[in-house]
Design a protein around this ligand. Structure first.
Ligand SMILES: [Fe+2]
Ligand SMILES: [Fe+2]
Length: 134
């Protein structure tokens, strides 16, 4: 259930690797909370944290895309946008009791994150390296 950060997911930039680790930690915290039957309020609180962290993390990557005129920026930003919208949508559905946090939802987020780390984030590694970011 819990996911761990693997070295193959490193983008060679400590600031960003640390953020990815924190992103994973919040997801694991959410899975744990469900596992331990925490209240809806607690789950909503951690989910909010996940949403804010996603925004903060995506903004960090996008700042460097702009700084380095990264040519994959547009495609990558669109992927970030998709997840931000998905989280916002889930958040409002949870508030309306149309949806509750489930392991399926966590699985979806975990799959999204691992796929994004392995496929999208790896694509900027070369560009960031060429600009001396480490
Ligand atoms: Fe990322
Ligand atoms: Fe990304």
């Amino acid at each position: 259930m819990a996911i761990t950060f693997k070295e193959e997911h490193s983008v060679g930039v400590k600031e960003i690797d640390d953020q990815h680790k924190q992103f994973i930690a919040i997801l694991n915290e959410l899975a744990d909370a469900i596992d331990n039957n925490k209240t809806k309020e607690t789950l909503a609180h951690i989910f909010d944290e996940l949403g804010s962290y996603a925004e903060f993390h995506f903004a960090t990557e996008e700042k460097y895309f702009d700084m380095f005129s990264y040519d994959g920026a547009e495609e990558h930003k669109a992927k970030h946008q998709e997840l931000k919208e998905k989280i916002a949508d889930l958040k409002s559905k949870m508030a309306d009791n149309q949806v509750s946090l489930s392991f399926e939802l966590i699985d979806f987020m975990e799959d999204w994150l691992i796929d994004h780390l392995a496929n999208m984030d790896q694509k900027y590694v070369q560009c960031f390296k060429e600009h001396g970011l480490s």
